[in-house]
Design a protein around this ligand. Structure first.
Ligand code: AMP
Ligand code: MG
Length: 394
């Protein structure tokens, strides 16, 4: 049996970067850029007003004075306009600044009388006031972002404001989830004695969606070698990742290992010195990675966070895919039994970490409350309140 660290390294070493695809900016949330972009235009594109108010031409001293309004410039005005010495124009936020404008005064200091405007005695005047200058935020040609940049909502807005419509991103992987077990029934349907509701499929889809992955096919399988072979074969052909839930242990009805062997999936490891998740299988067929997760729901999700998530992040172009470990003091005493490393559902609160009740690998209630996993090494040991432990925030 290999250690968590060795298993993790094998996963990462066998994870390749995804290829590049050009996609619409509006569909790029959570994707990562394959390269640096260049600003195609200045931002702002032209000098424009930061406020609703009045643009002052050259040689205008506004304090206490009244002027005729030469014209109005609303946002979206496409005429090229000029202010002559002594002229004043009404202007609105975002509207293009007329040529020769010395400054803009906020409406709050003025009184509009139809054709004329009067400025208050205390009207502040400063050259260039309230003018957002062309290229102030970004000049045309500036290099933007690094390879691997994570596209968040602000990035989508920013790229759109530059008029960019398509971005080169790492391709989203095609994922197939196969959930095995004769006992599994879709939620919403009736369960007979001995049956249980299927939970792993939806849970894993949720975990994938959280990473921005939506190209997912999910299928339920009985505990049947022929069916497993047939479905897995198709999945290997059309997926970048196949995630299998259940059937990977040593029971008489566990066919996943055999099916992988028979289909020529190279085993990169089977069984990890960890709890939960001992019977984890990781393999590869051509460019398709196979993760066979234990069926116990909390074990499946723990393995997802510890191995699959970093792999998917690396594949998707992230440079910081390694879990970000923290060292935090424990909020309680805990006796670590056995000779496997453990990953415990935990909650970080106020700079320390508490281990939650319900650590069984079958239990998800506590996982729903957890915001971290505490990883303890293989040795049996009595931990005390305040002892620092390794924490993986989720
Ligand atoms: P297995 O790994 O197939 O031996 O399953 C281990 C335990 O997890 C059994 O109690 C199964 O009933 C349960 N289990 C397996 N798959 C699922 C699933 N998709 N949803 C909920 N429980 C499951
Ligand atoms: Mg099973």
């Amino acid at each position: 049996m290999i250690s968590i660290e060795e298993a993790y390294q094998r996963v990462i070493n066998n994870t390749e970067l995804a290829s590049e695809e050009l996609i619409s900016v509006s569909e790029s949330l959570h994707r990562r850029l394959t390269r640096t972009l260049e600003a195609p235009i200045h931002l702002p594109l032209f000098d424009n007003s930061a406020v609703d108010g009045y643009a002052l031409g050259p040689n205008v001293n506004p304090a206490g004075a009244t002027f005729e309004i030469a014209y109005e410039v609303p946002a979206g005005d496409t005429q090229k306009r000029t202010l002559n010495p002594g002229e004043v124009a009404r202007i609105f936020t975002g509207a293009p600044i007329p040529e020769n404008t010395a400054s803009v005064v906020m409406q709050e200091f003025t009184q509009n009388d139809g054709n004329t405007v009067s400025f208050a005695e205390n009207t502040p005047f400063k050259e260039g006031n309230h003018i957002r200058r062309k290229g102030k935020e970004v000049e045309m040609g500036k290099e933007l972002f690094d390879r691997g940049w994570h596209i968040n909502p602000a990035t989508i807005g920013f790229l759109s404001s530059l008029g960019i419509d398509q971005v080169p991103c790492y391709t989203e992987p095609q994922i197939t989830i196969l959930s095995t077990g004769n006992e599994l029934v879709e939620p919403g349907k009736e369960v007979k004695h001995g049956e249980i509701y299927e939970s792993n499929c939806r849970m894993l889809i949720g975990a994938l969606n959280q990473l921005g992955i939506r190209r997912i096919e999910a299928q339920k399988l009985g505990d049947d070698l022929e069916q497993t072979l047939k479905t897995l074969k198709a999945a290997l052909n059309q997926s970048d990742y196949v995630i299998i839930s259940g059937g990977i242990s040593v029971g008489k009805y566990d066919f996943v290992k055999t099916a992988n062997e028979q289909l020529g999936v190279e085993s990169l490891f089977y069984k990890v010195r960890q709890k939960p998740g001992k019977p984890l299988f990781f393999g590869k067929k051509e460019s398709c990675l196979v993760f066979a997760l234990p069926g116990n729901p909390a074990a499946a999700l723990t393995c997802f966070y510890r191995y699959l998530k970093p792999s998917l992040e690396k594949h998707g172009g992230s440079k910081n895919f390694d879990p970000s470990f923290l060292k935090l003091p424990l909020q309680q005493d805990f006796f670590k039994k056995g000779d496997r490393a453990v990953m415990l559902k935990a909650s970080i609160q106020n700079g320390s970490v508490s281990l939650l009740d319900g650590q069984s690998s079958a239990m998800l209630y506590s996982f729903a409350e957890a915001n971290a996993l505490v990883q303890l090494p293989t040795e049996e040991k009595q931990y005390h309140t305040g002892d620092e432990v390794l924490v993986i925030p989720l």
